[in-house]
Design a protein around this ligand. Sequence first.
Ligand SMILES: Nc1nc2c(c(=O)[nH]1)N[C@H]1C(S)=C(S)[C@@H](COP(=O)(O)OP(=O)(O)OC[C@H]3O[C@@H](n4cnc5c(N)ncnc54)[C@H](O)[C@@H]3O)O[C@H]1N2
Ligand code: MOO
Length: 522
Amino acid sequence: MASAFDGATCSNNKDDNLVTYEEALSRIRRVAAPNHVRNATAVNQSSLAESTKNDSSWKTWDESETFTSPLLRAVGLISAQTLVAPHATPEYDTSAMDGFAVCSASTVHATEEHPLTFRVVDSIAAGDSFKCKLSSNTECHEAERVCVEIMTGAVFPENRLPQLDGVVKIEDVVMTEDYFDGGQVVSRCIRVSQPVKARQHRRPAGSDFQKGDLLIQQGDQVQPCHVAALASLGLHELCVYGSHKLRHLNLLNTEGKLDVAVLSTGSEVLSHSPPMRQPYAMDPEKHIIPDSNGPYLVSTLRQKYPNLAVRYVGVAIDKEEALLNILTDVLRSGCETVITSGGVSRGRYDLIRYVVETLMGGKVIFHGVKIRPGAPLLFATFDDDSKKGIDLTGRRVAFFGVPGNPVAAAAALQFFVVPYLEARLSTIAQTTNACYQLRRVINGPPRAANNMTMKEALRRKPKNTTVFWLSRRSASDSETVEITEDQASYKLSGLLEADSWVLVPATQTEIFRGDMLACCPL
Ligand SMILES: Nc1nc2c(c(=O)[nH]1)N[C@H]1C(S)=C(S)[C@@H](COP(=O)(O)OP(=O)(O)OC[C@H]3O[C@@H](n4cnc5c(N)ncnc54)[C@H](O)[C@@H]3O)O[C@H]1N2
Ligand code: MOO
């Protein structure tokens, strides 16, 4: 099969194909329009009554009893334990971008007119440990003019080539390949035409959680952000208050139907469901990270839409065939919406678009949005008339390929998947007279998006880009919100700090104290 990375040179198509947030939303709403309604998913009044009954029972937990709940079932319950991070994350320094690790000091004289050439000596995928192909007597100065291809999330080659301290993005280099007569590639080089800053695009070990950081406190009501944080540290269960009877209350009656399937992707990612653990993870040489996106996406959707059947499918490795097989099975299983996380940016193993579009005949509606975080988002559809047709029995399936970084995945869920599902559910309700309960009420009525006053001025933001900031509503003034400190799209600690998102439109470049901005709860 052709690789998504074929071609001797890499074009610099940067942001050319990105759509605006507004355009992306309008395309999403068009896909959710009434002519593609599957009646079978409509929920009738009696199941609504059933789930409402369950909701009220949730409030009657008994503090004299506790039980151990699987994390994915613990949302809404009250934690009976205080848990802290058992170790730091990331465990190693990792790359924030798909590109090339270079010695930043050796790039200071790089210019457009005089680009510097670096020989690519190896490639590190996320999860891989670095086995340098250079001979053991390679001198440091030689290492300054070599580079290592590195993927987002891959560990820096610190042990063997510590000089390679920063990363230049793949779209910021020109790649060349030299061939033998027989057409075989003998060496690959990159040309760098601007200086790389020391430690550029590098995520330091321990910059998300430090060992001992608080994850959840006894008495906290468990939220999806707790699920993500605990899952990212390899925790699968939580002791919660209540009787064992509660264990079954959040298993809603969705038997026989599947509306949303959630699949995480990445060879470095370890499935949250123990039976699905891939053999890859058993290799002690690999740098494995636990899946936190799958648990976050599933628990958020189950919390928001208790009447939808949301299934965690597990993890697929970054191989075309593995992705094709598992996605084909998912489509055949009758779902209406598929959400994958990871594999949509520019790395050698970012195969989602290739598999969806080229191997499965999906129609790409957009790939790349002028937003932060979450820019590489992919939205596609599958219809019965797709060229590589899998029989969808009349369904149109919406496909969201959300980016792998956890905060980017959370933003994509909130600002793209949720509007799609809301449009879809109201469409179904209108056309079938079915009644949907859109949100579970745990603590009072659903918290809607509204305008909030900014507590502080905000640094400049990129032009022409819509930004979703994690924020916290003021404890003393319910109309005021502030942007939380130290946000980055790989930091789950940022999600734990926040309780809402603030949306800064593309047209606004500066935010002053007292400005009003749209804010919606996490
Ligand atoms: N050269 C470029 N590199 C990257 C760009 C870019 O524009 N040019 N965009 C960056 C942005 S923005 C994002 S967001 C990420 C998205 O990348 P992918 O969707 O391809 O995701 P991966 O590379 O597979 O993973 C990214 C990151 O997230 C971690 N990850 C993935 N899945 C999970 C999971 N289920 N649970 C927890 N963490 C997960 C993964 O290990 C990586 O660290 O691309 C940037 N790169
Ligand atoms: O890590 Mo990326 O910035 O979506 O947002």
